[in-house]
Design a protein around this ligand. Structure first.
Ligand code: GLU
Length: 363
């Protein structure tokens, strides 16, 4: 997809970071209004938009009398609880100036790694868009624990882009694109196009983002990899240039690399958090990696963790090398009695693959 493709995208996901919406621990209404004006203009031309907005924690800092972004999870969650309300209230008022309605969608990683929840989230977003509403998505910070956090909204935005089958993902940041080095250094150059990992060879990036958000260039590149890997073009651009970014101008364009990834396997690879581990013998590793086989009880030597049938599990070899990820067809409690046994020797109700080939991605 070209830059014109970004401009013409029928459905786009636009992600904005905390530092582009807040300063000194408060929302900056003028910056938020400028973003909203650009998104409303896009809607007016018949294009659908899903907004993924950070800023909940950052917007709660000053109202709570805190000096800076809290470090501990409980205070971050308290700040998010206060800030999220202020954030959507402000968005609702700002979009109302254009006669547009907003809907709040708060997601946890759990909502995207349990297949049923994933479908629910997708249905809700589809209906909101069909009703002409602008969905405003954020991580549900108040209930997400360390283990079940997306961690940063760049990744969340890429997963949402996949979830709604967006044509384009626009990542708005306080940096106006991807540079070969620190953007403040005069010898760093803006990279206009990224076609694949080969274009990132000369890039050296710092891991940290702004002092109020959690993203950085690393998370943006990861998000771009997730989205482009499922056929979605990504433009990384400066939040102050939102209108030109939506026209496909400026910034860094990450070109889509494939449009073949099926939703199920994509989800398994990127959105699922494994609930347990199946350790398999060398024969099973070969069967999975070279023969395209399903995983049978005979090849499993150990089961770790507690999970239910339908959960995602990690499949590792005996020397702990990660081989695959898959959806298991048994509860963890049922598996120990089956290990190492041939499928035909098992009681009738257990005679099936432990992880079916169609529910498995090699890693
Ligand atoms: N969900 C967090 C918030 O709204 C931000 C996560 C991020 O910085 O990407 O404050």
């Amino acid at each position: 997809m070209s830059r014109e493709g970004i401009a013409a995208a029928a459905r786009s996901v636009v992600k904005v970071g905390s530092s582009s919406l807040t300063s000194a621990g408060r929302l900056e209404p003028s910056r938020l209004d400028a973003l909203v004006d650009a998104l409303a203009a896009r809607r007016a031309s018949g294009q659908q938009v899903v907004l993924v907005s950070s800023g909940a924690i950052a917007a709660g800092i000053a109202p709570l009398g805190l000096r800076s972004r809290p470090r501990d999870l409980a205070t971050q969650q308290a700040a998010a609880s206060v800030g999220q309300l202020l954030l959507v209230e402000r968005y609702a008022a700002s979009f109302a100036r254009h006669g547009l309605q907003v809907g709040q969608v708060l997601l946890t990683a759990d909502d995207l790694h349990r297949r049923g929840h994933y479908r629910n989230a997708s249905r809700t977003l589809e209906r909101l868009l069909a009703l002409g509403v602008i969905p405003i998505v954020n991580e549900n910070d108040t209930v997400a624990t360390h283990e079940i956090r997306f961690g940063d909204n760049d990744r969340l935005a890429a997963l949402v882009a996949h979830l709604v089958h967006a044509d384009a993902l626009v990542l708005l940041s306080d940096v106006d694109g991807l540079y070969t080095g620190d953007p403040r250094r005069p010898d760093s150059k803006l990279i206009n196009d990224v076609f694949g990992p080969q274009d990132l060879r000369e890039v050296s990036i710092g891991g940290t983002g702004s002092s109020v958000g959690t993203g950085g260039m690393t998370t943006k590149i990861e998000a771009a990899a997730i989205a482009t890997g499922s056929g979605i073009a990504v433009l990384l651009a400066g939040a102050s240039y939102v209108s030109s970014a939506l026209r496909g101008e400026g910034g860094t364009l990450f070109h889509p690399v494939s449009d073949h990834t099926t939703s199920r396997l994509f989800w398994l690879q990127h959105a699922s958090t494994p609930r347990g581990t199946l350790v398999i013998d060398d024969g099973a590793v070969t069967a999975l990696t070279s023969k395209g086989a399903s995983l049978l009880a005979a090849g499993i030597v150990d089961v770790q963790g507690e999970f239910e049938s339908g959960d995602a599990v990690e499949i590792v070899g005996v020397s702990s090398q990660v081989v695959a990820r898959g959806l298991v067809s048994f509860d963890s409690a049922d598996l120990p009695g089956m290990l190492g046994r041939r499928t035909n020797d098992l009681p009738a109700e257990f005679r099936r693959e432990v992880v079916h080939r169609d529910d498995l991605v090699l890693l």
